[in-house]
Design a protein around this ligand. Structure first.
Ligand SMILES: Cc1cc2nc3c(=O)[nH]c(=O)nc-3n(C[C@H](O)[C@H](O)[C@H](O)COP(=O)(O)O)c2cc1C
Length: 351
């Protein structure tokens, strides 16, 4: 019998053996030439640890708070759509695994199960990731959130229309139907031929963030996809509660900088006036520590959730999270820190 994967890399290898070729590619690939996806990894790997020694790190506390909710360690499940194509238990399985790990899951709008079904399965904090396809779609989805138990809206701002790569849709099957089609079935005109919400211009702009907030009855608003200081500062001006420095794992526009290159300048610019989260390329506890040292409050992982699901459904997502937790705990101790609050920029060397 082969032993269980002990790293995210091994988990990916095991998962890809059981995934359909289409879904495996859909999850693994970036946009166009994968240049930004690969740069995410390359730049993370240029960050070396600078550990401090002879400190007592016997008792360590990995927990932190995210918009006031405590999570047991600073890794959260990213809104990565189409989870049912990786495992039929899909998003509810991820919600249960996140809850069991004491962390948060962000439900992607492109979910195989409805907003209400995932809320029922969840045992921990849940956020809802939204894309503004059209006013009508936002008006249907967002008012459901607060009554269902979601504690924030994550508005993705770097997905500007149907994906550029037709090949990326292969293998998706009905994996996003639960929420899209399930919730929109009575609104034919809002759906395209794939059962996806149709993009109806005008797209969302800064002046409409208050309207988005009002639709969710004032839930905290997190903007996902921030790639520079100017937009981070605008988020602050518009009263946004948190931002995700993210390039979508290199899955939207190819050619931009890696997320980790952008993180420190954004974190410096906003200080503690809003919460800064990070994603794109996190594959180990070492990466979690790197991002925290450069200013992230916590990180999201996307592809590792899909690989966990494909490998073993809920148990596979739990495995992915426990690998990351154990690795992060070790790096924290080796670096001379007892808590996430003690991590700072002096613990890493860039370049
Ligand atoms: C299969 C897949 C589907 C995704 N779907 C969405 C989505 O619907 N909305 C969104 O904001 N981000 C989506 N993402 C991006 C993730 O939220 C996250 O930004 C990205 O996966 C982080 O990079 P990583 O996969 O290297 O961890 C998706 C990612 C994957 C892998």
């Amino acid at each position: 019998m082969t032993s269980a994967p002990s790293s995210i890399r091994e988990l990916q290898e095991s998962a890809e053996k059981v995934m359909s070729p289409g879904q495996s590619k859909f999850v693994r690939r970036g946009s166009y030439e994968d240049w930004t996806r690969d740069r995410n990894r390359a730049k993370l790997d240029e960050i070396a640890l600078n550990p401090r020694l002879l400190r007592d790190t016997t008792d360590r506390d990995l927990s932190t708070t995210i918009l006031g909710e405590r999570i047991s360690f600073p890794v959260m499940c990213a809104p990565a759509g189409g989870q049912c194509a990786s495992h039929p238990d899909g998003e509810p399985a991820t919600a249960r695994a996140a809850g069991a790990a004491g962390t948060l899951m962000a439900l992607p709008v492109g979910s195989g199960y409805t907003i209400e079904e995932v809320a029922e399965a969840a045992t921990g904090p849940i956020w809802f990731q939204h894309i503004h396809y059209s006013d009508a779609v936002s008006e249907i989805f967002l008012p459901k959130l607060k009554p269902s138990g979601y504690s924030a809206v994550v508005l993705t701002v770097d997905a500007l229309g149907p994906f550029d790569l037709g090949k990326r849709l292969h293998g998706r099957g009905g994996s996003i139907e639960g929420n899209m089609f399930g919730s929109l079935r009575d609104y034919d005109e809002l759906l395209d031929d794939h059962g996806m919400a149709r993009w109806i211009p005008p797209n969302i702009t800064w002046d409409r963030l208050d309207w988005i907030r009002s639709l969710s009855d004032g839930l905290p608003l997190v903007i996902k996809g921030i790639r520079n200081v100017a937009d981070a500062l605008l988020c602050m001006e518009h009263g946004v509660d948190g931002i995700v420095v993210s390039n979508h794992g290199g899955r939207q526009f190819d050619g931009g900088r890696s997320s980790i290159e952008i993180l420190p300048e954004v974190a410096d610019a906003v200080g503690d006036r809003l919460e800064v989260y990070f994603d794109s390329g996190v594959r180990s506890g070492l990466d979690v520590f790197r991002a925290m040292a450069l200013g992230a409050r916590a990180v999201f992982v996307g592809r590792p959730v899909h690989w966990g699901l494909a490998y073993g459904g809920e148990a596979g997502v739990s495995l992915a999270l426990e690998i990351l937790r154990a690795e992060f705990d070790r790096v924290l101790a080796f670096s001379g820190c007892r808590s996430v609050a003690e991590i700072d920029r002096q613990h890493v060397l860039v370049g």
